[in-house]
Structure formats: C-alpha cells, structure tokens
Ligand binder design. Structure first.
Ligand code: PHE
Length: 459
C-alpha cells in the first residue's frame, strides 16, 4: 500500500495498520462490557443468532458504504457529503448528525472507560483481597455514586484519548492500535484457555447458553436491541468508518477489509461471552445481571480463585485497551471535522473538542451520584447517563446508518459508486449483491425497527 500523502491528507502507513485501527474502533466496550450482559438479559441463543444476521445483512453493507464515501471523497463526514451532494445540500446534515453523535457517545463512553481504569488500578493493588462478596459488589455502587471519582477517571481517560489523537493518524492512532490490538487478542486467548481448562469451569453450560437457540426467551424488544447493538459494535452510522476510510489510498481492498473487520469484531464479542459465562456459571452465578455484570460479578469471582489477581489485571486491561482504541476513533471523527471544515490544526481541533466532550460528559459522570440533574430522571424516566446510552445505539446510529444507506444506494452517481467499490478489490464480483442489500435490505430493516420503536407499527 502506498503511504504517500494524497491531496495533502495524511494516510495510513500500512494495510495492517488500517485494519487494526478500524477493528480497534469496532472492538470496544460494546463487545466486552455490553454484549455479554445484553446476551444474558435476552437469554442467549436466538438473540445471538439474530444479532449475527443483523451484522451480516445490515452492518457489513453499511460499513462498506461508509468506506466507499470516505475513500472516494478523502474527507470527514460533513466535508464528504458537501463534496458529493453540494455545499447547499441537506445531505450535509447527515455528516453533522455524525459529528454530534461523536460528541454524545464519547462523552458517556469515557465514563464507563473510566470505571475500567478504576478496576484496573484496583486489581493491580489487589484492593479486593480479604473482602466479602457483598463488600466487593459494594465497591461498584460506591464508585457509581461518587461524582468526584467519576469525574476524575473520566478526565484521565479523555486526556489519554486526546493525547493519542493529537499525534495524528499514523503516529497516534495507527501506532497505538498496532500495539493495543495484538495485546488485546493475546489476553483474550489466554483468558479463554483458562476458561476451558480451569477446574470448575462452566464452559459447556456457557456454550449452550450462548449458542443453543431457545424460542422462549426471544422477544421483539430483544430483536430491536440486537439491531441497535450491531450498529454500535461495528461503529456505524456516525461516520467513524467513513473517516477511517478517508485515510485510505485507492488501491486498498475495502471489501476484503470490511469482511475482516466485521469478522474480528464478531469473534471478540462471542469470545468475550465465552470468557465471562464459563467463569460465571462455574461459580453458580446467573447471567442476568445488567450493566454491573462485568464490574460486580467478575471481581467477586476473581477474588475467589487462586491467581485471580492476575486474571483480574488481564481482564480489566483488556477492557481498557478495547475502550481506548474505540474512543480515539470517536474523537477522530470530531477532530477531523473541524480540521477539514474550519481549517483548524489538529492540535487546536483536538484540544478544543476534547475539552468540550469532557464537559458534556460531566452530567453522565454525575448521573449515579444523584445530585446534579436529579430531576432529569423524573422527567425522562432514565438518568442522564442511561438516556445517552439509550439514545445513541437505539436512535442516532440507526438513523445515521439509514440515511447513509439511502444516499449510497439511491442518490450517489452509480458509476462513481461502482468504480469506488471495485477499486483495488479482488472481491469486485460481490458488487451486485452489495448494491441490492444497500438499496433494499439494510434501509428497510432499519426503517422497520425505527417505525416499531416509535410505535407506528406493532408486531
Ligand atoms: N464500536 C464501539 C464499541 O463496540 C463503540 C463505537 C461506536 C465506536 C460508534 C465508534 C463509533 O464499543
């Protein structure tokens, strides 16, 4: 792959670097924190199967659409739509929608990432030693309700994210992902092997729970959650993949890359379940524990097994690395927007927007402490943090993804689309199939889900 700077824009130094950065964006808290607990809540089995279908039929085609737009325009979302559809066109709003989603998602994502930093430090100093299960699970409640601790970790995590993005595409994002991602795969493999061979492992029970389809536990609400999560976990619908695609030269095989990235993301989500559930079942715990699954149940178990401290350090390092490589992609969407549109330097764009994101995240960091914004919950039924975590995957990302699919499938000049899809690809023969899914399957599936959510249709 050629690493020279095209149109003055920075590019990935290598194909592997790009794949690891994009996989790093996709693989995040969504895979290790969220997927296991929503799988637990939805009873595994059919939910997982439905999720896999969403990834393949809706997620993969939309990821390709983002790569195509990004690479063809060599621009971040707003600039890309203004170049393709015209400066006056309303399609530019799709780009702005993405930038706003970037602000919103990173603002609360960083709070959860802060919890994993907190637990990483706790594991290193062995803070759970000699504590009872109640005391250990109480640690999370204390953290969750402490405004100052949450703000501290949120600040630290944002500072690290901003620091990496400040160093640029090659020297910052790509370099870090080249280190973090192999480490992440290694830790995951180690924990998996531990799960299979440890003395009281619930591995078989876990495999059955995750993979055997059971009709009883599958609900239409679960189906909706599965589609929303497919967007979230693949980083789709807000221009993260579009922006990473804009740093690609024309000879990169985007079709092949999209398959590899989707495959890696899916494997990590399934393997995270196969790391967490065997340990859980092996200790007689149940998987329906909600968002506290990773932060409450796992530390109790780690404190119970010989060598558990090492396992805990590895597990929370895994979570932190995954969160960091996703957070930098969210920050990059926002930074690159202000660089492309306003001509700001990377330094100015990243420092200003990073600070803004930190500030927007403060209400999320304080959500559990119940002090500030206490009335929020009375008005909206969810606290500020939960509102953000509901809004982004359930509404913002599917809507953004829907509009991008419609643009690419119905509006973008067909010749340009075809050339861009096929450029550098050995998989060009898949073009008609992709076109069909991006015109019909992906937008219709998303539309159905959105209409269902608004209550306009009832299944
Ligand atoms: N894909 C990331 C995860 O699974 C989250 C993310 C969403 C990152 C959207 C970028 C854009 O955790």
């Amino acid at each position: 792959m050629n690493a020279k700077v095209l149109n003055g824009r920075e590019h990935w130094a290598s194909r592997l670097g790009f794949i690891l950065a994009a996989a790093g964006s996709a693989i995040g808290l969504g895979n290790i924190w969220k997927f296991p607990y929503i799988t637990g809540e939805n009873g595994g089995g059919l939910f997982v199967l439905f999720y896999l279908l969403c990834v393949l039929l809706v997620g993969l085609p939309i990821m390709l659409a983002e790569f195509v737009i990004g690479r063809s325009t060599q621009s971040s979302p707003v600039a890309a739509f203004s170049e393709l559809a015209g400066e006056q066109s309303a399609w530019k709003l799709v780009g702005w929608f993405g930038v706003i989603s970037g602000f919103i998602i990173l603002s609360y994502y960083s709070v959860v990432a802060g919890w994993s930093l907190n637990y990483l430090l706790m594991s290193i100093v062995d803070a759970t030693a000699g504590k009872s299960p109640q005391e250990i699970s109480g640690i999370f409640d204390k953290l969750y309700t402490s405004g100052s601790l949450n703000i501290f970790w949120h600040f630290l995590f944002m500072a690290i994210t901003v620091g990496i993005v400040l160093s640029g595409v090659k020297e910052g994002i790509e370099r870090w992902c080249r280190t973090l991602m192999p480490l992440l795969f290694l830790i995951l493999a180690f924990l998996l092997v531990y799960g299979v061979f440890s003395p009281n492992s619930g591995f078989i029970k876990a495999a059955k729970f995750v993979f055997a389809p059971k009709i009883e536990t599958f609900t239409s609400a679960g189906a909706l959650e599965a589609l929303g999560h497919a967007f979230f976990t693949l980083s789709l619908g807000m221009g993260a993949m579009l922006t990473y695609g804009s740093y690609l030269p024309k000879n990169e095989d985007v079709v092949k890359s999209a398959f590899i990235i989707t495959f890696l993301d899916t494997m990590v989500a399934l393997l995270a379940c196969m790391v967490i559930f065997p340990i859980l079942f092996g200790h007689g715990m149940e998987p329906q524990q909600g968002p506290g699954l990773v932060f409450k149940a796992m530390p109790i178990i780690f404190s119970n097994i010989p060598g558990g401290m090492i396992l805990a350090i590895l597990f929370f390092a895994l979570l932190t690395f995954a969160a960091l490589s996703s957070a930098i992609s969210l920050q990059e969407v926002v930074s690159s927007n202000f660089m492309d549109r306003k001509g700001w330097t990377r330094k100015k764009a990243t420092l200003i927007t990073g600070t803004a994101i930190f500030i927007i995240g403060i209400p999320s960091a304080l959500a559990g402490s119940g002090s500030l914004l206490a009335q929020w919950k009375d008005i909206f039924g969810k606290n500020f943090f939960d509102t953000m975590d509901y809004l982004a995957p359930n509404w913002l990302l599917p809507m953004g993804g829907f509009l991008m699919a419609v643009y690419v499938g119905w509006i973008m000049p067909r010749k340009k689309l075809e050339d861009e899809f096929k450029s550098g690809s050995k998989w060009a023969a898949l073009y008609p199939l992709w076109l069909f899914s991006i015109k019909f399957i992906a937008p219709l599936a998303v539309l159905l889900v959105l209409l269902y959510k608004t209550g306009i249709i009832n299944l």
